[in-house]
Ligand binder design. Structure first.
Ligand code: NAP
Length: 317
């Protein structure tokens, strides 16, 4: 099968399209013919080992994983003897978690992995981009227990996680304000934000407004200043937090009436099923900036690494 392989960390050129052996499903696995995947922030960070700490988990001198890509949508081609949930011919979409491997024509997934039947009302390309931002935003929004009419501010609302956070918070009945650049205002309004703040013109920490939940999806805010824009008992979500924000957040949670949520998300099939339902009810739509063929994945990586994509970048296999 065709796959994008990398054997050393580095610039987008380390990604090479090659022929590799097609995987065979074990008893409890399904073999999926991938129709579409996506380039997410995690992919380019692993490709270039940035931050350096990536090497401690994914290989000190060279990557232990040779095929990147963590999301997919495709068709079940064959199944193992002990598979219960899927049958040959099903269209499925999901997330590979930390095993990666979706920059390829085929992938084997456990029967109970983080995936679900693809909603019939969207294409494979639209489905493939959903699990990365969707599951991340859902994980934190569920933890924050967002309720109807709560005021929620989403910083980085034009990115993959932020655009999902706007839509999921709206589906929970919140009053959502998105923070984005001027060129993304129309996009963020189109996915349901009640108000939009252009971060190039206005500093949300200085406009006198306060919120029940602030969700920073892109590590764009200064915690000590922004925490003042939270109401009493408010919750700050820092989905892209590094160690320093995690420690500051822990201190704020321990010493004030405000709570800071950080950490690495978990991947569960039930979250993909939840997103599938939102899509079927027209409460969640894919935001796709650009689509590239698998052969142009290096170009897609270079674009995503610049940090200005609108929503997601899809790859058609
Ligand atoms: N906790 C977890 O387990 C977990 C899981 C998944 C992802 N993450 C983290 O989430 C982060 C990436 O999220 P993503 O993929 O959603 O990012 P992304 O799509 O690459 O974000 C790009 C968007 O962010 C906007 N942006 C940049 N700076 C901004 C600012 N100061 N204010 C408002 N918007 C700004 C850009 O708009 P402009 O063009 O206007 O700048 C662009 O539209 C990564 O750091 C990743 O590690 C964490």
């Amino acid at each position: 099968m065709k796959a994008v392989v990398y054997i050393q960390y580095g610039s987008p050129d380390v990604l090479q399209v090659k022929q590799v052996e097609k995987p065979t499903p074990k008893k409890n696995e399904i073999l999926i013919r991938i129709k579409a995947t996506a380039v997410n922030s995690g992919d380019w960070r692993l490709r270039k080992a940035d931050p350096f700490a990536v090497r401690f988990i994914f290989g000190l001198l060279r990557p232990k994983i040779s095929i990147l890509g963590s999301v997919f949508s495709g068709e079940v081609e064959s199944i193992g003897d002990d598979v219960n949930y899927y049958k040959v011919g099903d269209f499925v979409f999901g997330h590979t978690n930390m095993s990666f491997g979706s920059y390829a024509e085929y992938i084997c997934m456990l029967d109970n992995a983080s995936m679900a039947i693809k909603p019939a009302n969207i294409s494979h390309t639209e489905a493939a981009v959903i699990p990365f931002g969707g599951v991340t935003a859902l994980h934190f929004i569920k933890k924050a227990m967002i309720k109807p009419r709560q005021k929620v501010l989403v910083v980085g609302s034009s990115g993959a996680v932020g655009s999902a956070a706007v839509q999921i918070a709206k589906s929970f009945g919140a009053d959502v304000t998105g923070v984005c650049g001027a060129s993304n205002i129309a996009l963020v309004k189109s996915i349901g934000a009640d108000k939009v703040i252009d971060y190039t013109k206005e500093d949300f920490t200085k406009n006198g407004e306060t919120y029940d939940v602030i969700f920073d999806a892109v590590k764009a805010i200064a915690l000590p200043r922004s925490i003042k824009s939270l109401n009493k008992n408010g919750i700050m979500i820092l989905s892209a937090a590094g160690i320093s924000e995690m420690l500051q957040g822990l201190w704020i949670s321990m010493t004030s009436n405000k709570k800071v949520l950080t950490g690495v998300i978990s991947h569960k099939a039930e979250d993909i099923a939840f997103l599938k339902e939102l899509i079927e009810k027209d409460k969640f739509k894919s935001v796709i900036d650009r689509t590239y063929p698998l052969e142009k994945i290096a170009e897609a990586h270079a674009y995503v690494e610049k940090g200005h994509k609108k929503g997601n970048v899809a790859i058609e296999v």
